[in-house]
Structures are given as structure tokens and as C-alpha cells.
Design a protein around this ligand. Structure first.
Ligand code: GTP
Ligand code: MG
Length: 465
């Protein structure tokens, strides 16, 4: 028969696990002479008869309360084959205090890490492998009310009853360890039936129950040594050492659960090392295509409309200078038409931009370009306004509102007009054509490059001031 004791803090789910394991085969009585429930039961699992006892819930294993004494005496005297330490995963640090003491006792401990459903709720997961390694104890995750992990727990009980867990001594800090070994040396071979390291710790903690069970001479030898260090209260020092150890064990034990969201998938494509930039260029290309193509008929309509109106009205007044001023080729009406003909383009670029922004692409583009742009003195978010500036500076400057830092935003606004916009292209084309003829294209390109270079130079200067 395999004898199993369930130990754990109050309210961790021991009774639920107990009921799951034993089903109907249980008996509830009292511990001898105490009014504390004693629940025992048996079950048969894969040909093994298993006896289970539900120990009282305790936070510690000192000798200060009846529950603690019952639990600890049962483990020491009845020596169950396996102690299943039920640990509340949503309250790990507090629960491990008892775990450390069960391990100190030298019990054959396995952990049922219960309430896994609660610990998972906050998107964090306990790194069970890591915890197993740190404690040197097998851990089975469970959710007792849903009976999750019960089969695995039973398998582990059978396995480790037959071949006990290899004991790993969890060491406290150096000072405490020095004292433990001092006492251990004195009692070596003289406390049959008890774990020597545990007895040494209990003597240091001044545990009356343990002291009662030890030979008087041996005890006075130990106490003589302990009195050598008057400054130390070992009970407090050991509690501190356990907490310190638990802190270390729990350090970097939580792993954030990687939930793959739609946004993550989008990011993995849009921010890809190789695909990111081509996608970025394609999207910009689409913004421009959309802006220029859709606005073209409206722009033409406005431009042509005003031109037609000008020529129609030309000569109407019969005053040549008036005609020339208002309706001539370079007259006021034509000028107004020219300016107004840009309005559809500006509106459409605005529209396309806000669409791209609402879909969340702007932030990603900014992230993509941030590293390069930072080196050049601008925020990553400035890339869209810059490139947009090649089309039209008005929506480009409007787009700088997406740059959160005022300094970055100002730098982007001030430098934006250095990007040569489409309207200036007409003017520059005429000039380079007139002065450089065939070389015109190269000169025009160099003008653009000069604009970009100047943007960065000015940005760097601005950021430095
Ligand atoms: N969410 C969740 N609740 C659980 C789980 N296991 C137990 N509980 C709940 O925790 C509460 C305490 O469970 P018990 O089994 O009575 O705890 P115990 O360890 O026996 O408590 P004591 O006998 O007081 O030491 C109950 O309300 C259970 O329903 C679990 O895995 N997940
Ligand atoms: Mg209970």
C-alpha cells in the first residue's frame, strides 16, 4: 500500500484534491484527542492500493499550533511514502514557506501546483520547469475542481513512492549554513529516526518539541555552542533566510504568456526585416497614386475652368491693363484657379493619410523607420510627412501632428518645406530645361537629393540647439 499525505496552506484546495482522489472511499474522524478533522481514504490506481490522508492546513511547521504539530508529527512519525504538497499557484511566495519546511524535514515531497486557472488569468504563467529545478521537486499543475491534473498526480504518486525523489538540499545563506553544520556535526549519528539537518535547524530555532525528544547531554552541548553567538536570534534569522531564499526562487519565475493577436500577425509582416521597407514604399506609392489620380480630373476641371473663364472674360471691359491684370494668362483669375486646383489633391491626400493612420499603419511605419531617422536627427514618425512633402507640403505639415514630442514635431515642420513638392516641380522643370537642357533631369534629381540632405542637416542642427 502506498501511503500519501496531502499537506498545504489553508484553503489551497487540499480537500478538493482529497475528494477527487478518494471519491466515496473516505472516512472523516478526529485526530486523537483533538477536535480537528482527520480525513482518510483509499483508492485503487493501476493495481496500486493508495491510502490518502488530508493533513490540517498550515502555513508553517513550527510547534506553535496544534495543526502544525499534527501535520509535522504525522510526517515524522508515520513517514508517508509521498507527501503531496498542494501549493496555490496564485499565491506562490507565501505557499513556498511551507514547502521549504517540508523539504527540510526530508519528506519525499511532490508538488501539486493547484489553482493554475487563477494564476493564468493575468497573462502570466509560472515557469514550472524552472521551479522544479530550483526546488529539486517534481511539480504537477492541477485545477482541482475541474479534476485537471489528477491522473498525472496519481501517476507521479505511484512513480515517486517506488523511487523517491532525489533529495536536493536547498541551502540558506552562508551564515545560517555555518551554524547548521556546527550543530549537525555534534548530533551526527545520534538522532536515529530523525533527519539530522532538520533536527539541527529545529535546535537552532529553539523548538521545544524537538528538544524534548533529544538526549539531554547532546542538547546541552548544542546549546553551549549556540550561546557562543549571543547576538543571534536564530528563529528570526531562519525565517528571514527562508523568505530571502523564496524571493530568490521566485525571481524571474513568471513568464508572460505569448498570446498571438491579430495585431502581432500584422506586425510580423509589416515590421519584417525584409518585407517592411518594400511594404512601406508600396503604401506610400498607393497614397500618392490615389491622391494624384483621383484628384486629377477635379484639379484639371478647376484649373481649366478658371482658364476658360479668364479667356472668356478677357476683353470684356475694353480696358487693356485691367484685362491683363485680371483675365490675362498670368492674371488674378488664372492665379486663383491655379491655387484652387491644388485643393482636391490636398483633400485627397489628407483622406488617404487619415485612412492609413486609422488602420494603425503610421505607428508601425514610424517604428520601422525610427532607428534610421533617429540617427539623422528626426523622429521615425517624421518619415511620412517628409515623403508626403514630395507631393504637397500642406498635408505633409498637417501629418506632423502624429509626432508626439514637441521638439521632434517642430523639427519636422520646419524642415518639411525643404522637401520639394509637386507644385515646385513645374517651376523647377521649366528652369532646368531652360538652363541645362539635356542635363535637366540630373539637375532636377540633384535638387531633390539636396532637399533631402538639407532636411537632415537642418534637423540635426535643430535637435542640437
Ligand atoms: N479556481 C480554483 N479554485 C479552487 C481550486 N482548488 C480549490 N479551489 C477552491 O478553493 C477553496 C478551498 O478549497 P479546499 O479544498 O476546501 O481547501 P483546503 O486546502 O482543504 O482548505 P483547508 O481545509 O481550510 O486547509 C474552495 O472554494 C475550492 O473550490 C482550483 O484549482 N482553482
Ligand atoms: Mg480542507
Amino acid at each position: 500500500m502506498i501511503r500519501v499525505a496531502l499537506a498545504g496552506n489553508p484553503n489551497v484546495g487540499k480537500s478538493v484534491v482529497f475528494n477527487n482522489l478518494t471519491g466515496g472511499h473516505q472516512h472523516i474522524g478526529n485526530w486523537p484527542g483533538k477536535t480537528i478533522d482527520k480525513a482518510e481514504g483509499t483508492l485503487n490506481y493501476k493495481g496500486n492500493e493508495i491510502y490518502v490522508i488530508d493533513l490540517p492546513g498550515t502555513y508553517s511547521l513550527t510547534a506553535y499550533s496544534i495543526e502544525e504539530l499534527i501535520a509535522r508529527d504525522y510526517i515524522i512519525q508515520d513517514k508517508p511514502d509521498v507527501v503531496v504538497n498542494i501549493v496555490d499557484a496564485s499565491n506562490l511566495e507565501r505557499n513556498l514557506y511551507l514547502t521549504l519546511q517540508l523539504l527540510e524535514l526530508g519528506a519525499n515531497v511532490i508538488i501539486a501546483l493547484n489553482k493554475m486557472d487563477l494564476s493564468k488569468r493575468e497573462n502570466t504563467k509560472i515557469d514550472i520547469k524552472k521551479l522544479e529545478k530550483k526546488l529539486g521537486v517534481p511539480i504537477i499543475p492541477t485545477v482541482a475542481p475541474r479534476k485537471e491534473g489528477m491522473k498525472e498526480l496519481l501517476d507521479a504518486i505511484v512513480k515517486y513512492a517506488k523511487k523517491p525523489v532525489e533529495r536536493k538540499i536547498i541551502k540558506y545563506n552562508e551564515k545560517i549554513e555555518k551554524w547548521i553544520s556546527k550543530i549537525e556535526e555534534i548530533i551526527k549519528g545520534k538522532v536515529a529516526g530523525f533527519d539530522e539537518r532538520w533536527v539541527a535547524i529545529k535546535i537552532l530555532e529553539n523548538d521545544e518539541e524537538v528538544k524534548k525528544k533529544i538526549d539531554k547531554n547532546l542538547l546541552s552541548k548544542c546549546e553551549e555552542v549556540i550561546r557562543g553567538d549571543k547576538t543571534e536570534n536564530f528563529e528570526i534569522a531562519l525565517a528571514d533566510a527562508r523568505y530571502e531564499l523564496i524571493k530568490n526562487i521566485c525571481k524571474d519565475l513568471l513568464i508572460k504568456e505569448e498570446k498571438v493577436t491579430a495585431s502581432d500577425i500584422v506586425d510580423s509582416v509589416f515590421l519584417d526585416k525584409y518585407l517592411g521597407i518594400p511594404i512601406f514604399i508600396s503604401i506610400l506609392w498607393m497614397i500618392f497614386q490615389f491622391g494624384f489620380m483621383v484628384s486629377a480630373p477635379f484639379c484639371d476641371f478647376l484649373g481649366d475652368g478658371f482658364a476658360t473663364l479668364s479667356s472668356a472674360l478677357s476683353g470684356v471691359t475694353g480696358i487693356p491693363w485691367f484685362d491683363y491684370l485680371f483675365f490675362g494668362d498670368y492674371g488674378l483669375l488664372n492665379g486663383i484657379g491655379m491655387v484652387l486646383s491644388f485643393v482636391p489633391l490636398i483633400i485627397l491626400l489628407y483622406f488617404a493619410l487619415s485612412l492609413v493612420e486609422d488602420f494603425g499603419y503610421m505607428a508601425r511605419a514610424a517604428f520601422l523607420m525610427d532607428k534610421i531617422m533617429r540617427k539623422l536627427g528626426l523622429s521615425g514618425r517624421a518619415i511620412i510627412p517628409m515623403i508626403l512633402g514630395l507631393g504637397c507640403n500642406v498635408p505633409a505639415i498637417y501629418a506632423t501632428r502624429a509626432i508626439p514630442e514637441e521638439k521632434d514635431r517642430l523639427a519636422a515642420i520646419v524642415t518639411n518645406p525643404l522637401m520639394l513638392c509637386g507644385a515646385r516641380l513645374v517651376f523647377f522643370s521649366a528652369i532646368v530645361e531652360a538652363f541645362w537642357g539635356r542635363m535637366g533631369g540630373d539637375v532636377l534629381l540633384s535638387l531633390y537629393l539636396l532637399g533631402v540632405a538639407l532636411t537632415f542637416v537642418v534637423a540635426i542642427i535643430l535637435r542640437k540647439t
